[in-house]
Design a protein around this ligand. Structure first.
Ligand SMILES: [Zn+2]
Ligand SMILES: [Zn+2]
Length: 425
């Protein structure tokens, strides 16, 4: 391993430190040593002229399917996809088979990630045993083993008393509780957004209230406990209103948004293409506008993918029975450029913040900046390179991606993890 790596002449964007200027970044022994103009030459030099040099991107919501569904994704294949997409850290969701619900499970994920040697892999632990929503999982032991949050993602915790207990318990070790907000009473057996399109397609709908009712309830619980709470993949204008009010009240509430909820609407389901079947479902154009406004306003803390790989054979089932999910990790950056930079919702520094320092803060890890002494995690991006998404080139094992053949801008050139070049375009 090189002990000195110099990245020269790039546009260095480090939002947490207010840096946006042309300069060099020197990494020594895997740590950030200088952001500026280093005096002496380094062993390895990368010319980044015309490129963006940013803290390594962080995705706090991915599904790597291991253990249990290794034919869809493994920690190794997911990690390879992650570095190819510029992510130096990801957070796995615990809804594997069996779920991540004790310290041995957490250690298993970490061990697999170390073996893969690609990106840093964190994991959240389940809130409840078997994600059944009844009995709390071993949150304390999981926190000790390094779990960076708790969630029953894939479903929401239905029982308010269980959720209250979970928040109180998590508060004892200051780990964030994340929620897939979905009240099953409202969601029923729905497979897409409830509205005009679900009616004409003859498909059961998921009302927006399913998300908003649980988010509203949880915010009341946060008022009572004052424990860090994170709303995953918010998708409706009503949820934006709730987050706005919670933040106005200075509650410790954060939220995230996915690319598909910014780029695709329920209308995409009109051909019964299951690559558009996702949970929460694709909503309306008005919801997209509300989410973009929320991002512009600073109400959203993190941009994520909710990368949810599935087998083609499963996605080939009819719309009613196919599994929910979109595999989008490998095109995430370009999708966000299309959704947010091209329509001028925000510029590069804010986009990078929402993919680095923002998510790091949500999970409470000391990452997402180029501060001196931090781990040398850096992403080099060509902001002008345009390319066509080809799912057949994915490192991910799955192809359930509705963006195939889309043209996007913003290509990851190099991904550096701990001072080591782990991906080169
Ligand atoms: Zn979810
Ligand atoms: Zn998810």
């Amino acid at each position: 391993m090189n002990s000195e790596l110099l990245i020269k002449n790039g546009r260095v964007i480090d939002p947490a430190n207010g840096v946006d200027k042309e300069c060099d970044v020197l990494i020594v022994d895997g740590k950030i040593a200088v952001v500026g103009k280093p005096e002496k030459p380094a062993q390895t030099v990368i010319d980044a002229a015309g490129k963006l040099v940013t803290p390594g991107l962080i995705d706090i919501h991915v599904h790597f399917r291991e253990p249990g569904d290794e034919e869809e994704e493994t920690i190794a294949s997911g990690s390879a996809a992650a570095v190819a997409a510029g992510f130096t850290s990801v957070v796995c969701m615990p809804n594997t088979n069996p779920p991540i619900e004790n310290e041995t499970d957490v250690e298993y994920v970490h061990r697999k990630a170390r073996q893969a040697r690609k990106t840093h892999v964190y994991t959240m632990g389940a809130i409840t045993k078997a994600r059944a929503g009844v009995e709390l999982a071993e949150m304390g032991f999981m926190a000790e083993a390094g779990a960076v949050g708790f969630t029953d993602d894939g479903s929401g915790v239905q029982d308010p008393a269980v959720m209250l207990k979970a928040l109180k318990y998590a508060g004892m070790f200051d780990v964030v509780v994340s929620q897939h907000c979905q009240d099953n009473g409202f969601a029923g057996n729905g497979v897409m957004n409830a509205g005009y399109y679900s009616t004409i397609l003859g498909l059961p709908g998921i009302d927006k209230l399913a998300e908003e009712a649980m988010l509203w309830r949880d915010i009341q619980l946060v008022k009572k406990t004052n424990v860090r709470y994170h709303a995953q993949h918010i998708s409706t204008a009503g949820s934006v209103e709730l987050i706005r009010a919670a933040k106005k009240d200075s509650l410790p509430v954060t939220c995230e948004v996915t690319p598909h909820h910014l780029l695709l609407t329920e209308q995409c389901c009109a051909d019964y293409d299951t690559n558009y079947k996702v949970n929460p479902p694709l909503r309306s154009a008005e919801d997209i506008e509300a989410l973009k406004e929320a991002i512009a306003e600073g109400l959203v803390d993190a941009l994520v993918t909710d990368h949810a790989p599935h087998l083609q054979s499963e996605k080939e089932l009819e719309f009613l029975t196919a599994p929910f999910g979109i595999a989008s990790l490998e095109c995430a950056l370009g999708l966000y450029v299309k959704a947010l930079i091209e329509p001028a919702v925000l510029g590069w520094p804010r986009l990078i913040e929402l993919m680095t320092a923002g998510p790091a803060k949500v999970i409470g890890v000391d990452k997402g900046t180029l501060s001196k002494g931090r781990q040398g995690d850096v992403t080099i991006i060509d902001p002008n390179a345009e390319y066509e998404i080809d799912v057949n080139k994915f490192r991910s094992k799955s192809r359930n991606c509705p963006y195939h053949s889309w043209k996007i801008k913003g290509r990851v050139e190099k991904t550096i993890v701990g001072g080591e070049i782990r991906f080169e375009a």
